[in-house]
Design a protein around this ligand. Structure first.
Ligand SMILES: *[C@@H]1O[C@H](CO)[C@@H](O)[C@H](O)[C@H]1NC(C)=O
Ligand SMILES: *[C@@H]1O[C@H](CO)[C@@H](O)[C@H](O)[C@H]1NC(C)=O
Ligand SMILES: *[C@@H]1O[C@H](CO)[C@@H](O)[C@H](O)[C@H]1NC(C)=O
Ligand SMILES: *[C@@H]1O[C@H](CO)[C@@H](O)[C@H](O)[C@H]1NC(C)=O
Ligand SMILES: *[C@@H]1O[C@H](CO)[C@@H](O)[C@H](O)[C@H]1NC(C)=O
Ligand SMILES: *[C@@H]1O[C@H](CO)[C@@H](O)[C@H](O)[C@H]1NC(C)=O
Ligand SMILES: *[C@@H]1O[C@H](CO)[C@@H](O)[C@H](O)[C@H]1NC(C)=O
Ligand SMILES: *[C@@H]1O[C@H](CO)[C@@H](O)[C@H](O)[C@H]1NC(C)=O
Ligand SMILES: *[C@@H]1O[C@H](CO)[C@@H](O)[C@H](O)[C@H]1NC(C)=O
Ligand SMILES: *[C@@H]1O[C@H](CO)[C@@H](O)[C@H](O)[C@H]1NC(C)=O
Length: 378
C-alpha cells in the first residue's frame, strides 16, 4: 500500500512537473519569479519566456532553453537595468504583463493590453490573445537584435545590436528596413540617417512602400515587396537542414549574420553567412581618434599616434591625447611638430577643410603650416 502510494506520488510529481514545463497556454493570474517557476516553455521545450540571468541580476525575455548554449533572442525593456531575484512577473487578471520589482512596475508589451491568454510558441514567438483568440501583441512584431525563421522585419522597423555578447541592452549599430524599400545599416547615433552614414545597403530603394525583410522557414533571407514577390536575395539560398535551428542577428560588432546550431552534434553556433567579410566595415566601432585594423580577420581598434584609449576595453569611448597640445596662440618657436603616416587605414570622414594638393609632401606641409590642423587624409 505504502509502495503504491509512493508510486502514485511520483507519478503525480512527474505529471505536475510535466504540465508545468509544457505549459504553452498561459492563463491570467500566472506568475514567474527568477528563482522558481522562472519561465514558460514552448510545447517542445525549445523556447522559454521568462527570467534569464543578465549581469548581476535578471532580465525578462525569450531564450533558447532547449539547447546547452542558452541563447537570448528577445529582451523586454532591454534598456532597463536587470532586476534582483525579488522581482515577479505577473500576468494580471486584467490581462497585462507586469514586471514588479524594487524599482517599481514595468509593463511588457503595451500597458493598455487586455489579453485573455498568452502562448510561448515553438517558433520562438511569444503571443498575447484577446478573448476571441485573436493575436493582439506578439514579440515577433517587436524584434530587438534577432530574427527567427518565419519572422519578418517590416517596413519602418529596425534591429538594434546588443551592447556586447553578454549585455543585451541596446548597442551602437542598426539594421533598418526603410519605407523607401532599402535595407540599410547605420551607426545608431548617426543623424540624419543618410547614405553617407550608412555602411551597408541592399540597393533596393524605389520598390514601393512595405518592402520587408523575410527570414523564411527555409532559413533564407530575402526582401519581399508588398505583392509578395522576392525582389532581392540577401542570402543566395535557404540553409534549412533537419535537426538544426537558425537565427539571424545584428551582432554587437555591427555585422548581421545567419547562424545555425545542430541539435545532434555537440558544437556551438556556426555563422553560415555574414553581411560582410570585413569586420572593419561597421562605422563607429572604434570611436573618436581610433581606427580599425584587421588582425587574422578579426577587427582591432587602435589609437592614432599620440593618443591612448579613453577606456581600455571600450573601443567606442575612443582615444584621447596622451600629451598636452599647445594652443595656436603660443609663439614658442622651439616647439616643433611632425606628422606620422598611417598607411591603409580607412577613416570616417569628418572634413574640416578640403585642399587641392598634388602630392603627399605638400599635404604634410599644408597641415603643418596650419596651426588648427591635427590630421590630414591624403
Ligand atoms: C488557452 O486556454 C483557455 C482556457 O483554458 C482557452 O479558452 C483558450 O482558447 C486557450 N488558448 C489557446 C491559444 O490555446
Ligand atoms: C511554482 O509552480 C507550482 C505549480 O504551478 C506551484 O505549486 C508553486 O507554488 C510555484 N512556486 C512559486 C514560488 O510560485
Ligand atoms: C529582497 O527584498 C528585501 C526587502 O525589500 C531586501 O532586504 C533584500 O535585500 C532583497 N533581496 C535581493 C536579492 O535583492
Ligand atoms: C503598407 O501596409 C500598411 C498595412 O498593411 C498599409 O496600411 C499601407 O497603406 C501600406 N503602404 C503602402 C505604401 O503600400
Ligand atoms: C513587386 O515586384 C514585382 C516583380 O518585380 C512587380 O511586378 C510588382 O509590381 C511589385 N509590386 C509592388 C507593389 O511594387
Ligand atoms: C534568389 O535566389 C534563388 C536561388 O536560391 C533564385 O532562384 C532567385 O531567382 C533569386 N531571386 C532574386 C530576386 O534574385
Ligand atoms: C559558444 O560560443 C559562445 C560565443 O562565442 C561562447 O561564449 C561559448 O563559450 C561557446 N560555448 C562553448 C561550449 O564552446
Ligand atoms: C563605452 O563608451 C561609450 C561612449 O563613451 C559609453 O556610451 C558606453 O556606455 C561605454 N560602455 C561601457 C560598457 O562602459
Ligand atoms: C618652449 O618649448 C620648449 C620645448 O617644449 C620648452 O622646453 C620651453 O620651456 C618652452 N618655452 C616657453 C617660454 O614656453
Ligand atoms: C596597403 O595596401 C596596398 C594595396 O592593398 C598593399 O600593396 C600594401 O602592401 C599595403 N601596405 C601596408 C603597409 O599594409
Amino acid at each position: 500500500m505504502e509502495f503504491l502510494r509512493i508510486l502514485v506520488f511520483i507519478a503525480f510529481v512527474l505529471a505536475r512537473s510535466e504540465a508545468q514545463q509544457r505549459q504553452s497556454n498561459i492563463s491570467l493570474g500566472s506568475s514567474l519569479t527568477p528563482d522558481e517557476n522562472s519561465t514558460w516553455l514552448s510545447n517542445s521545450g525549445l523556447y522559454a519566456f521568462g527570467f534569464y540571468k543578465e549581469g548581476n541580476g535578471f532580465s525578462v525575455g525569450i531564450f533558447l532553453a532547449g539547447i546547452r548554449e542558452k541563447t537570448v533572442v528577445w529582451t523586454a525593456n532591454r534598456d532597463s537595468p536587470p532586476v534582483t531575484s525579488n522581482a515577479t512577473l505577473v500576468f494580471t487578471s486584467e490581462g497585462s504583463l507586469v514586471l514588479q520589482s524594487r524599482e517599481g512596475n514595468k509593463y511588457i508589451g503595451d500597458s493598455a493590453l487586455s489579453s485573455s491568454s498568452a502562448s510561448m510558441m515553438d517558433s520562438g514567438n511569444f503571443v498575447l490573445y484577446n478573448s476571441n483568440g485573436r493575436i493582439i501583441w506578439q514579440s515577433f512584431d517587436h524584434p530587438t537584435d534577432t530574427l527567427l525563421p518565419t519572422q519578418r522585419l517590416l517596413a519602418e522597423k529596425q534591429l538594434i545590436s546588443s551592447a556586447s555578447e553578454s549585455d543585451h541592452a541596446s548597442g551602437i549599430f542598426m539594421l533598418a528596413m526603410q519605407s523607401d524599400g532599402n535595407l540599410v545599416q547605420y551607426p545608431v547615433k548617426s543623424t540624419p540617417l543618410t547614405s553617407s552614414n550608412a555602411y551597408y545597403a541592399s540597393d533596393t530603394y524605389g520598390n514601393g512602400g512595405n518592402v520587408s525583410l523575410v527570414f523564411d522557414s527555409d532559413a533564407h533571407l530575402y526582401l519581399m515587396n508588398s505583392s509578395g514577390v522576392n525582389i532581392r536575395n540577401i542570402t543566395n539560398k535557404g540553409y534549412y537542414r533537419k535537426d538544426t535551428i537558425f537565427l539571424m542577428r545584428i551582432d554587437w560588432d555591427g555585422l548581421f549574420r545567419l547562424y545555425s546550431f545542430s541539435l545532434n552534434v555537440n558544437t556551438n553556433w556556426t555563422a553560415e553567412w555574414a553581411s560582410s567579410n570585413d569586420r572593419c566595415d561597421p562605422q563607429g566601432l572604434c570611436g573618436l581618434n581610433g581606427f580599425c585594423t584587421l588582425i587574422d580577420q578579426e577587427a582591432d581598434c587602435k589609437c592614432l599616434p599620440g593618443f591612448d584609449f579613453v577606456d581600455k576595453g571600450n573601443w567606442t569611448a575612443g582615444c584621447e591625447r596622451n600629451f598636452i597640445a599647445d594652443s595656436c596662440g603660443n609663439n614658442n618657436k622651439s616647439l616643433r611638430y611632425t606628422m606620422e603616416e598611417l598607411p591603409n587605414t580607412s577613416w570616417e570622414e569628418d572634413t574640416y577643410s578640403v585642399l587641392e594638393i598634388l602630392d603627399k609632401e605638400s599635404c604634410i606641409q599644408a597641415c603643418l603650416d596650419d596651426c588648427n590642423c591635427e590630421a590630414a587624409f591624403y
